[in-house]
Structures are given as C-alpha cells and as structure tokens.
Design a protein around this ligand. Structure first.
Ligand code: PLP
Length: 259
C-alpha cells in the first residue's frame, strides 16, 4: 500500500523549499503527497520578499478536508508563521491524526529572512512539539526553542538534546551543521537512547530547501519503517539530492537541491 503523506507548510513558487519541496520529496520516495498551505510566500533562490499568512480557520478547514476523506499515514509540519496557525494545526492534529507527525520548527530561511513571528515560538513549543513523533531543529532553532545560547561543542549538543526531549516529542533529530567543527554530527535521541550520526559537509551553495527536504523524507518513510532507519535513509536521500543539485540551473541565489 502506498502511504498517504500530508505536509502542512508555506510555499516557494520557485519550487525549492516549503510545500513544493515536500511534495517532490514524497513522490521521489514513493509516497502519495498532499499539502495544506499555511502561508503563501513570495520568494526565490535569492530570498523571501513577503508572505501572506492564511486565516487560521481556513488552514484548519484544509486539514479537515483531507482527514475527512483520506487515510493519512504521516504528517509533516513546516512553516507555521504565527501563534494562531500553530494553535489551529495542533488542534486539528489532536483531533484527527493517528499517525506519526514530523515537526520541522522552521524559523529563518538560509537567506536570513524570518518565516516565524516571535509570538509563535511559545505556541510551537507548547502546542506542537508534544504532538510530534520527531522534531528536526537545527542548532539556531534549538537555541530559540530552549531560549539558550547556541551550543559550542558536541557536549553542549547532548545537553540540548535532553532539554528538547523534555519538551515532549518522542524523538529529536538535532542537526549539527551549524557547529563550528571540521566534522558535523547530527544527534538522534529517542526512547532507545542517543545516536551520533556523522553528517556530510558539502561545499555547496545549492542548498535551498534542505531542511524541508530532510523532514519530508522522514515523514515519507515513517509509515513503512522505524524512526532510526527512516532518519538514516532520509539523510542518504538528502545527500543524493544535494549531489544532484549541479544538474539544475535554477535561479542566481542559493539554488535548490534536485529530487
Ligand atoms: N520557505 C519555506 C516556505 C520554508 O518552509 C522553508 C523551510 O525551511 C524555507 C523557505 C527555507 O528554506 P532554506 O532555509 O533551505 O532556504
């Protein structure tokens, strides 16, 4: 049976990040992709120009429409933009979702543009993280969620991982790429303990949408495999997509990965 996977996310009209990247990832990994939009973003590979956040009730209506009709096998939550959207998404997931939910706590695009209003951090932390089978913060996002300085070492990352787990998700993938170290390591913590996963450092500027792609890949794989295998395969998929980005000629900024 082909898994039905829903993303709840913002858009990228150039197709590199957000909902469009999620849908491409779902297809590439053999899932049937569905998408409910939280915010429509005017952006390209050079940056975010502006965005319009949809009415929270209308975001809820999209999610209801999916669950009232379709068996949903996994959900990925990306850009939630503001506190009201975070609360509506959490409410609908509590009501409907009987499947793994992957929450990517999207805050700032690689271009430096903010995609989450400051009032949303508490709602994201308190309403959405406890519902998650897995959360996938990078180090700056983890620091904002925990209201602490960014980690300086792998030991700091381990302490952060424990603090993030205490916020209620079943599993935490703490992405270590922002640490100033020759090798980058991701940490995956869950009921079975903590795994250190070496992360490939690639010298590329074609990395737009990598966070979205990784979280979407895990969501596509979770219906058919355990969390550790899903994360390992999702990282392999992201590395292959990064390696294939050279085949694309899309935009003059941080180009997208190739799915
Ligand atoms: N646009 C949207 C709608 C997103 O959800 C994200 C996700 O992180 C981004 C842009 C940022 O992509 P990146 O930081 O990889 O450029």
């Amino acid at each position: 049976m082909i898994p039905n996977v829903l993303t709840i996310a913002g858009t990228d009209p150039t197709g590199g990040a957000g909902l469009q990247a999620d849908l491409k990832t779902f297809s590439a990994l053999g899932a049937y992709g569905m998408g409910a939009i939280t915010a429509v973003v005017a952006q390209n590979t050079r940056g975010v120009r502006s965005f319009v956040v949809l009415e929270p009730d209308f975001v809820g209506a999209q999610i209801d429409a999916v669950f009232d009709d379709v068996r949903v096998d996994a959900v990925k939550v990306g850009m939630i933009a503001n506190a009201a959207i975070a609360r509506v998404v959490a409410d609908r997931l509590r009501r409907h979702a009987r499947c793994p939910v992957v929450v990517d706590p999207v805050m700032v695009a690689k271009s430096g543009d903010h995609l989450l209003l400051p009032d949303a951090v508490a709602a994201l932390r308190e309403e959405l993280l406890p519902l998650a089978a897995l959360i996938t913060p990078n180090l700056p996002e983890a620091a904002v969620l925990l209201d602490c300085p960014p980690p300086q070492s792998l030991d700091d990352m381990h302490a952060m991982l424990a603090a993030l787990s205490a916020l209620g998700p079943q599993w935490v993938l703490l992405k270590g790429g922002h640490l100033r170290a020759p090798h980058s390591t991701d940490l995956l913590g869950g009921p079975d303990g903590v795994l250190e996963l070496p992360a490939q450092r690639l010298a590329t500027t074609r990395d737009h949408g990598t966070g979205c792609t990784l979280a979407a890949a895990v969501a596509a794989l979770l219906p058919t495999t355990d969390t550790v295998s899903a994360v390992r395969r999702a990282k392999d998929y992201l590395n292959a997509s990064l390696a294939a980005a050279d085949q694309l000629d899309v935009g003059g900024g941080r180009g997208p990965v190739h799915h």
